[in-house]
Design a protein around this ligand. Structure first.
Ligand code: PLP
Length: 400
């Protein structure tokens, strides 16, 4: 019994330890229950698994390479491997999840798809699979994010999606999520909500983690091939809601000798009042359908998050990560806007890879942790930086 309990996985009610569950309005009960019933059997369904695997291979371009970054390794005196989710079709890990969920939506006979997006990567990935399957697509996006991630807004429009601005609160990811939930409550019958991270009511966190787990599934055989050992010493990933980290950690959750390192956005500094460092500043509460850690006042009002990176600008984290942090299975670090920008420039000029601003936060912790010379460290490159060029150029022009 205790052994079972020690194993990190979700229980029947959708809890990881004390985090998770499904805190939803009555109106959505039917939808969430319908998804819960289908998502488990999905993995035993051969036809689904075949279609999912085929699309990941031929449409997304998987497996994504595991690249030994030699100049970066030399600089930090250790062995750094980059898991290249940035090379996926549409430019980030988000497509792994949207492929899975669009197949689920088809199985549930849904004709209308809604999604929320921060950096726009999830919006683009959702608009892409909707085009692929010929389904209507509406993406909610904070009006601040619409401005700072303009290239992705254009891509969504090109793909035939409607982008609807969220104008409340900090006009970012949390507010877009509120709008999407409101839409779903009003259109429960024909609509599937494709949540973009390991957040939301059960079964979303577990379902999204499973769709993303292909990342660590590949890492195992790729590492075995390249280093002779399928376990690295550490895995580093940035965390907004936590889906790329969940995918990169998934098959290592119960391998205690593998350090799991999650990196949050510290914005202008953890104590500046303008940050998104949920694991440090967060307390237990309910946000967007699950009990987790979130940034809130003593009265339970959500504190508006801030990060230069639209994908990390969220006041909560997924319940799996809250559990990993609470039980000390995962370590957390935070990087400021400036540290992320510097790290992006550094990795670009060392390896010729322009990372997404989100991913740049993960690179920034290489300056905060010293690894041993013999260590094998995998850094999950969650996405590419095309969408962030305006920010990078501004940084270069003021610093060089
Ligand atoms: C969305 C996004 C993130 C943050 O989301 P997670 O669910 O925490 O992975 C990180 N990197 C990129 C490139 C993204 O698009």
């Amino acid at each position: 019994m205790n052994k079972l309990r020690d194993k990190i996985s979700v229980d029947e009610q959708g809890y990881y330890g004390e985090f998770g569950g499904a805190y939803i309005p009555e109106m959505l009960y039917g939808n969430v229950e319908e998804i819960r019933k289908v998502y488990v059997s999905f993995w035993q369904d051969k036809a689904f698994k075949q279609e999912f695997d085929d699309l990941l291979k031929d449409f997304v371009g998987r497996p994504s390479p595991l690249y030994h970054a030699k100049r970066l390794s030399e600089k930090f005196k250790t062995n750094i491997y980059l898991k290249r989710e940035d090379l996926n079709h549409t430019g980030s890990h988000k497509i792994n999840n949207t492929i899975g969920q669009i197949l689920l939506a088809k199985k549930l006979n849904k004709k209308r798809i809604i999604a929320e997006t921060g950096a726009g990567q999830h919006g683009v990935a959702t608009a892409t699979v909707c085009a692929l399957m010929g389904l209507e697509c509406i993406v909610y996006m904070g009006s601040v994010d619409i401005e700072r991630q303009a290239p992705n807004v254009s891509r969504m429009k090109m793909l035939g999606a409607e982008v609807r601005p969220a104008l409340s609160g900090s006009k970012t990811l949390k507010d877009a999520t509120n709008e999407a939930i409101r839409d779903w409550i009003n259109n429960p019958l024909d609509t599937h909500y494709i949540i973009g991270s390991v957040v939301g009511p059960h079964p979303y966190p577990d379902m999204v983690a499973k769709f993303q787990s292909v990342i660590s599934e590949e890492m195992k055989w790729q590492l075995k091939e390249k280093t002779g050992n399928e376990n690295p010493d550490a895995i580093i990933a940035c965390i907004g809601g936590g889906s790329n980290a969940a995918g990169a950690f998934y098959h290592y959750l119960n391998e205690k000798d593998v350090r799991l390192i999650a990196v949050e956005a510290a914005g202008h500094g953890i104590d500046s009042g303008e940050s998104a460092a949920t694991s440090v500043l967060g307390t237990k509460g309910v946000i967007h359908g699950s009990r987790t850690l979130l940034m809130q006042t003593e009265e339970g009002q959500i504190i508006e998050p801030y990060s230069i990176s639209a994908g990390l600008d969220y006041p909560g984290i997924g319940p799996l990560h809250a559990h990993l942090i609470e039980t000390k299975r995962a370590e957390t670090y935070a990087a400021t806007d400036k540290e992320a920008l510097q790290a992006a420039l550094e990795i670009t000029r060392l390896e010729g890879i322009i990372p997404a601003l989100e991913t740049a936060h993960a690179f920034a912790v290489l300056h905060k942790i010293s690894f041993n010379k013999a260590d094998v460290v995998v850094l999950n490159v969650s996405g590419r930086g095309d969408k962030d060029l305006a920010n990078y150029i501004k940084f270069i022009e003021t610093n060089e």
